[in-house]
Write a protein that binds this ligand. Structure first.
Ligand code: UT7
Length: 323
């Protein structure tokens, strides 16, 4: 028997305020047409004043718990992937823990920017497989609107706010790729590329800072590294892209999503796409896409999924899950 981390609930939350591309035309030298054609983004959600990352995360977590018919104290660990924590400390995960009424588990944040949810899934899997936890909430939540430079048309039109959560539970499998649950993970980072995508402030610099990105360079690395990590993770369990029912990519740019799918040899009819409605929500983008894909009936129990993401660091990775 092989212990597997199986998804038993998924949920998401998007802030009420929807901002269409046209709104940026009022303040920037940009157009709806440019944003749509270069990125695939049509609209994004922005958090209300005072609404924090842990608020969004807690709502997504409750939705995932509700799907599983469980409550906060049925969870052993909460891992929140975010680069936009409410406070420097304590972790936003502990705020989620309190908000969902969990008094007996443990909670912590992890930070791998847009690749954060792949890192969260991988860590949740490690806790479950090693027996350190039986049920783990893996959450991705961001309020990137707080770190955008509203005068930089090359970045501020691309990002949005939101949260998604997946509840994983330890279950016994047969050790084959027919088992439900996380089958393989592949994580990577290379700090040599730290200047391509970063926030120019932080605690030890005593500022909050704003997001800075060399868009074209990140694009180039994304196209190359996402296909590589997806091939690598499938190869670890002897699978190929032909076995995959759904690719659930990080939602940064439709051109990156299409190009990665092409490199994998997967048709766009097997790719979950939400970038048009959410923009790039960093660590929240994959769990948001998973939740939307399940909600609209695309992703079904037993489907083989591969997720892949890249972001600041650079950090990138992929996960194979049988849903
Ligand atoms: O989640 C982390 C990973 N992040 C990503 O994956 C993002 C990766 N990068 C991208 O998605 C794309 O590089 C962008 C969407 C950021 C930019 O698309 P691009 O096709 O690479 O455009 P570009 O940066 O080469 O810019 C082309 C032109 C430039 O003008 P010139 O120099 O040709 O005159 C830009 O100044 O478009 C201009 N431009 C804009 N024009 C209208 C840049 N932003 C805008 C804008 N509206 N918002």
């Amino acid at each position: 028997m092989t212990r597997r981390a199986v998804a038993i609930g998924v949920g998401h939350y998007l802030p009420e305020r929807v901002v269409p591309n046209a709104e940026f035309e009022k303040t920037l030298d940009t157009t709806d047409e440019w944003i749509k054609s270069r990125s695939g983004i049509e609209r994004r959600h922005f958090a209300a004043p005072g609404q924090t990352t842990s608020d969004l995360a807690a709502r997504a977590a409750r939705a995932a718990l509700e799907m599983a018919g469980l409550t906060g104290n049925d969870v052993d660990a909460i891992i929140l992937a975010t680069s936009t924590a409410d406070l420097t400390f304590p972790s936003s995960a502990t705020m989620v823990q309190h908000a969902i009424g969990n008094t007996k588990g443990y909670a912590f944040d992890i930070q791998a920017v847009c690749a954060g949810f792949a890192f969260a899934l991988s860590n949740a899997n490690a806790l479950i497989v090693s027996g350190q936890a039986n049920r783990v909430l893996a959450i991705g939540a961001e309020t990137f609107s707080r770190i955008l430079d509203w005068t930089d048309r090359g970045t501020c039109v691309l990002f949005g706010d939101g949260a998604g959560a997946v509840l994983l539970e330890g279950q016994e499998g047969n050790g084959t790729t027919e088992d439900r649950g996380i089958l393989a993970t592949d994580l990577n980072s290379d700090g040599a590329y730290r200047d391509l995508l970063y926030v120019d402030g932080g605690v030890s610099k005593q500022t909050t800072g704003m997001l800075r990105m060399e868009g074209q360079e990140v694009f180039r690395h994304a196209v190359e590294k996402l296909a590589e990590t997806a091939h690598a993770v499938l190869g670890k369990v002897g699978l190929t892209a032909d076995d995959v029912d759904w690719v659930v990519p990080h939602q940064a740019n439709i051109r990156i999503i299409k190009s990665t799918a092409r490199k994998l040899g997967v048709g766009m009819d097997r790719v979950i796409v939400t970038v048009q409605d959410h923009g790039n929500t960093s660590a929240a983008s994959i769990p948001l896409a998973l939740s939307v894909g399940v909600q609209n009936g695309q992703i079904k129990k037993g489907d083989l999924l591969v997720t892949e993401a890249i972001g600041g660091g650079l950090a990138w990775g992929a996960v194979v899950i049988r849903w």
